[in-house]
Design a binder for this molecule. Structure first.
Ligand code: URA
Length: 434
């Protein structure tokens, strides 16, 4: 079999056989297929797609490219959540401790930033000392004692995805239903959870720009999960405006900590409660998502979720003083507002452009090996539908480099549209797929 022929076949829009998919996954994982051939095939898949059989096969092969975790040493029903990627999405940092506070073990493998979107691992690493490369023993032990551990995808967990993810990030091949479905579900299947809750985002800041394409991705992932014997739910949530107010690593951790202190942005919390409710309901700890929500609200008002978060930070080597006093976080030294030029209403914010502006500041990666600056980012002061007066700040940028700041500010200005008429705010939840 030749990689050249496989690329050519997909370029012509034909279906690949299971053997051809296996040849690619194995060859790319063991290094016998080079990046340039893998990139060409990824681009052909991004353009011509894959059907359900091809996607399922790709997912299973990617999951089995490494170790399939056995979580049986962790007591209880194991729940996991995953987002298809968004801007300002810090939900894992809030949901993890809330759900763990209800006695449901959360053993989470998270990712790094991808394209214009941020990643939980990069965010957590903005807490000094925080270690996401845990040994299996520490990971399991922390889940058993605290109820929560978050680790980066280890070299052994779906290594095919690890390599493909990094390659897609820099070859404009992220936004493809089969590639996203296989990437997310291969990790979720390998990570061993019994219950999987998927947050499929739609809108300008998501990889899926329309509700219909998000539904298609959700359906495909739920089918793959259920066929593999995992109870899988997907919630389709909005990603037109950035989620919450902060974009950038330290800024998002601060926002998550404030949410755990009961001061969360209303729309952010709507998404948090919806996803967390399905995790609690799926784990059998509530008879309905509504009952689950009541229990979850209690974890915030009682301070239990915040306490769990602080213990989790400490257990993974992080400085827990940052949790109780967020002024410890070192933010970008240059702080500058983006002001509105006119009176009006915010009629649109391009969340993807906000994500790119944050990336330009140094909050994400342009190339595979770039190092992230955790202190840079953006606070959004006005959201879609908000009234704004000339000279009022639409957003505040935190930077450490004046030329990056100038470029990011220009990009951010283009992300905002101000109109004369008030438009409605976006609804946050579009649908649920069970
Ligand atoms: N999240 C993932 O894990 N993979 C993708 O491809 C997109 C979002």
């Amino acid at each position: 079999m030749r990689m050249y022929d496989i690329i050519d076949k997909k370029k012509l829009g034909e279906k690949l056989t299971n053997e051809e998919i296996a040849f690619f996954v194995k060859g790319y994982t063991d290094g016998s297929i080079p990046d340039y051939q893998a990139s060409a095939l990824l681009m052909a898949i991004a353009i011509n797609g894959m059907d359900v059989r091809e996607t399922t096969e790709l997912t299973l092969l990617m999951a089995k490219s490494g170790e399939m975790l056995d979580l049986s040493v962790i007591k209880g029903v194991h729940v996991d959540k995953h987002s298809s990627g968004g801007v300002g999405d810090k939900t894992t940092l809030i949901i993890g401790p809330m759900v763990a506070s209800l006695g449901i073990p959360v053993a989470k493998m998270s990712g790094r930033g991808l394209g214009h979107t941020g990643g939980t691992i990069d965010k957590l690493e903005s807490i000094p000392g925080f270690n996401t490369s845990l040994s299996k023993e520490t990971f399991f032990n922390n889940v058993n004692t605290l109820g929560l551990a978050v680790a980066g995808q280890t070299a052994n967990l779906a290594p095919a995805d690890k390599k493909l993810y990094a390659l897609r990030d820099v070859t404009a091949t992220v936004s493809s239903i089969p590639l996203i479905a296989a990437s997310i579900m291969s990790k979720k299947l390998a990570a061993g959870a019994d219950v999987i809750v998927l947050d499929v985002k739609t809108g300008s800041g998501a990889f899926m720009k329309t509700v219909d394409s998000a539904k298609e991705l959700a359906r495909r992932m739920v089918d793959i999960g259920n066929n593999a014997g995992r109870k899988t739910f997907a919630v389709i949530t909005d990603m037109n405006d950035p989620l919450g107010i902060a974009v950038g690593n330290s800024l998002e951790v601060i926002e998550a900590i404030n949410a755990l202190k009961g001061k969360g942005d209303e729309k952010l919390m709507e998404v948090v409660y919806k996803l967390a409710s399905y995790m609690v309901y799926g784990a059998g700890k509530a008879s309905s998502p509504e009952e689950a929500r009541e229990k979850l609200e209690e974890t915030i008002t009682s301070g239990k979720a915040l306490e769990t978060f602080a213990k989790f930070v400490k257990a993974q080597g992080g400085d827990d003083r940052y949790v109780y006093d967020t002024s410890f976080f070192e933010l970008g030294k240059i702080k500058e507002d983006l002001l509105s030029d006119i009176d009006g209403y915010v009629s649109d914010i391009r969340a993807d452009e906000v994500g790119i502006a944050s990336l330009i500041l140094g909050g994400g990666r342009e190339k595979k090996d770039d190092v992230i600056d955790p202190g840079v980012g953006i606070i959004i002061n006005k959201k879609t539908s908000d009234r704004v007066l000339k000279g009022e700040p639409l957003a505040t940028l935190y930077a450490n480099d004046a030329s990056k700041l100038a470029e990011a500010k220009k990009r951010l200005r283009g992300a905002f549209t101000i109109g004369a008429e008030k438009v409605g705010a976006y609804k946050m939840i579009y649908d649920t797929v069970e």
